[in-house]
Design a protein around this ligand. Structure first.
Ligand SMILES: Cc1ncc(COP(=O)(O)O)c(C=O)c1O
Length: 443
């Protein structure tokens, strides 16, 4: 347990972090790996010589691989392709087989890392699929270890627990124990933009529109894992990829804590809460899940940070919300249905004096069209006018969060991605183009 001093300068009360990289696999997931395996052995699900197959963002794989070495099991892990190369290399280094799957497919898609793990489990004799998302041994591990440790280390003085929520095991297991000791302890779950948790907690609605790709590893989900007990998490705070990344680097430089990306997200969100609500005698503990080495090629790499527009600057950039607010016109998004013809799409581009069109199928954004690309295709094949838009469209424009700032937005618009989409609080979708960014910069 380490006290934060620098990044918490303007906070009343005490903020401690529970640094989990001291575990042998450098993350808190060692705890759940051992419990899931021992519970499976006790239940007779995992037998000597068996194979452990898991979908993991890397850390659970590491924990499982270490336990497997000690106990003589084989390991196969499926990961999504957004995970750091370091995590993949480390898993291979400890003898695991690693299968990398695409990130941008729904969980039920047969290519997703959830589906591939399940399929391998069905096809491999004597295999065990721990399924850290729904296996309640995950929560139990933190209930039995992390919770009691924090209670003892704070001598029962803890008032708040903050933690990133992915499978939910660390937050829910820890806070279940802590709330049993003192029901007044408040839990703050850290979520990402692009994840369903916060809205689900606040409205009870599983809103697929909240789901879009993001980069932070380990927290936020597009599913509701059984280990997330929403009754135990008092509130969620969403943190952008950029804010989490910049805070992680500050933790390394200003606090001497070389931790992983989700640690910065957790601290950023927790401080936001503490600034508004904590009092003098408040004692908040934030869980720091893993170590910085796993992110050397990403957030600890200056070029990677610049490429993603994650600039630690003092300039107060406008964000997507400001751009939409300041825009003239009626604000209605012009779209074309995938089944309409290219001719109809051209009509829309012309009458709206616009250069790009999101393509929809009902409520879903399934593709995009740009005038320059259509022109090029029409020159090659004038018959194209009568073709369905679905035949010629490009992938859909990327969704971004309302509070993404101009510097980040400008790095996301490029020759392959001509525009961005953003959904406002009233569920209305807006488009942001290069022209909008130029207008915002010169305003
Ligand atoms: C780096 C990192 N941070 C946070 C989490 C979230 O923890 P939990 O799954 O216990 O909710 C994970 C889980 O995969 C993780 O790997």
């Amino acid at each position: 347990m380490v006290r934060l001093n620098s990044v918490t300068k303007d906070i009343i009360g005490t903020i401690l972090v529970k640094v989990e990289y001291f575990n042998p696999g450098n993350s808190m997931k060692d705890r759940i790996a051992l419990t899931m395996i021992e519970d499976a052995e006790a239940a007779g699900i995992l037998k000597p010589g068996g194979t452990i197959i898991e979908g993991t963002s890397g850390n659970t794989g590491m924990g499982l691989a270490l336990v497997a070495i000690a106990k003589g099991y084989k390991c196969i892990f499926t990961l999504s392709d957004k995970q750091s190369q370091e995590k993949i290399d480390i898993l291979r280094a400890v003898g695991a087989e690693v299968i990398v799957c695409p990130t941008n497919v729904p969980p039920e898609d047969p290519r997703s890392y959830y589906s591939v793990a399940k399929k391998l489990n069905r096809e491999t004799p004597n295999s065990f699929y721990p399924n850290q998302y729904d296996n309640l041994s995950n929560t139990k591990a933190h209930y039995q270890t992390t919770g009691p440790e924090i209670w003892e280390q704070t001598e029962g003085k803890i008032t708040h627990l903050a933690a990133g929520v992915g499978t939910g095991g660390s937050m829910c297991g820890t806070v279940k124990y802590l709330k049993e000791q003192n029901p007044r302890i408040i839990s703050v779950g850290i979520d990402t933009y692009g994840s369903v948790f916060k809205k689900y907690k606040e409205t009870g609605e599983f809103d697929e529109k909240e789901v879009y790709p993001y980069l932070t590893e380990g927290i936020g989900e597009d599913i509701l894992p059984r280990n997330v007990d929403f009754d135990l998490i008092d509130m969620f705070i969403k943190v952008t990829d950029k804010d989490g990344a910049i805070m992680t680097r500050k933790l390394a430089r200003e606090e001497g804590l070389f931790v992983g990306w989700s640690c910065g997200s957790a601290v950023y969100g927790a401080i936001e809460y503490a600034r508004k609500h904590m009092e003098e005698d408040g004692l908040m503990v934030i869980i720091m899940p893993d170590h910085g080495t796993r992110y050397l090629g990403k957030i600890y790499n200056d070029n990677w940070m610049k490429d993603h527009g994650y600039v630690e600057s003092s300039i107060d950039y406008a964000n997507a919300r400001d751009i939409i607010r300041n825009r003239s016109g009626n604000g209605r998004l012009v779209t074309v249905e995938a089944r309409q013809t290219v001719g109809e799409a051209i009509q829309k581009l012309h009458s709206g004096s616009i250069s790009q069109l999101p393509v929809t199928e009902g409520d879903n954004f399934v593709g995009s069209l740009t005038d320059s690309k259509i022109l090029l295709q029409l020159i090659q094949n004038p018959e194209l006018r009568d073709t369905a838009v679905s035949e010629v469209m490009d992938p859909p424009f990327q969704f971004v969060a309302m509070d993404n700032t101009l510097d980040v937005l400008s790095t996301l618009i490029n020759k392959d991605n001509k525009a961005l989409l953003v959904r406002d609080e009233k569920d209305q979708v807006h488009i942001i183009t290069q022209h909008d960014l130029l207008m915002a910069m010169t305003r």
